[in-house]
Design a protein around this ligand. Sequence first.
Ligand code: TRP
Ligand code: SF4
Length: 400
Amino acid sequence: MYQDRVLSGMRPTGAMHLGHYHGVLKNWLTLQHEHPCLFFVADWHALTTHYGTAEVIEQSTWEMLVDWLAAGIDPSQATLFIQSRVPEHAELHLLLSMITPLGWLERIPTYKDQQEKLSDRDLGTYGFLGYPLLQSADILIYRANMVPVGEDQVAHVEFTRELARRFNHIYGKEPGFEEKAESAVKKLGSKKARLYRQLRTGYQERGNAEALAAGRALLEEVQNLSLGDRERLFGYLEGGGKKILVEPQALLTESSRMPGLDGQKMSKSYDNTITLREDPASVERKIRTMPTDPARVRRSDPGDPEKCPVWPLHLVYSDPARRAWVQQGCKSASIGCLECKQPVIEAVLKEQIPIRERAEQYLKDPTLLRDIVMDGCEKARKLAAETMRDVREVVGLAYG
Ligand code: TRP
Ligand code: SF4
């Protein structure tokens, strides 16, 4: 009923690293050419766990946005914005909180896990319990049907689906729904109305899925209906009430192929990262000093790439011929580790050239970045306002 829309967010963690680039960001780059996309900085989410460090949020936010653009997110294709600049998210969060069973929130695995993991902080707060609910508001307010997230966030998208269903169930059956739907059918014009009725019976009485699909296609084409009538007709076709909120799907982002310098997952907290715009001398030093297969004590000792954290980097950056050179050279001790690392160093430096170039203009002219983001916030607000108008109406707060 609504058009495809992708939405995803990240908490402002500051400079992005190559792990983010080869995981999340490359995925966003592909998606921005395929669908309308909204990407935002989840600064309120950062406050749920880091409410005591206000001073870093603003700087991290801008740094992260520069990195998104530097990575190639194109503001003429994707809308970039900051969560707290679209206060409607908070309003929807509040209204959804009225119908959210506490048990649903308490049961989400990240709640207990994160509380244990971040045990140095007091996370027995209302805001932290509501983390997934705020995320649901982020998604539902744009009627986004596709949400690219990592494995750890899938439960939150699932929760969002359940909540959307609950909301539609409670509020979708407005008083006089049948009558309103019937009068909307008449507005289709006699030919289309007849077809709609046939398809509706075909689906509801005989379970004919093709009839459902054809009915939806028919409604997609109709131009002269109000949004409310469209929602009614989509709901009436299936036999439910109005579909006010859209149930999103998680698009699972594959985990990054780029591990950290020590072979573990690349992460700021492990201190094993290369940042997206890291200084070339530092890139070189970090890779040169990376640990290798411990069996290669001397240059003449053979090694095994499978036991070396440099090998996964060749899987990211090297073609089959070079990989064969590594395998053979390492196992026969015919190449040294520095020799083996050199092509990786060069590949990373080469990858960073266009990224650094794109970042340059935003660093030179911060108003350019601000304009892009403020423009994005404005676009996002318009979309959010449309949903909120419908939501306020069905919960009983429209006031004429
Ligand atoms: N919780 C997400 C994370 O930690 C960030 C996020 C906030 C998000 N709101 C969202 C992701 C909405 C997708 C959609 O990664
Ligand atoms: Fe690792 Fe390459 Fe040295 Fe082998 S030669 S141990 S793969 S760095």
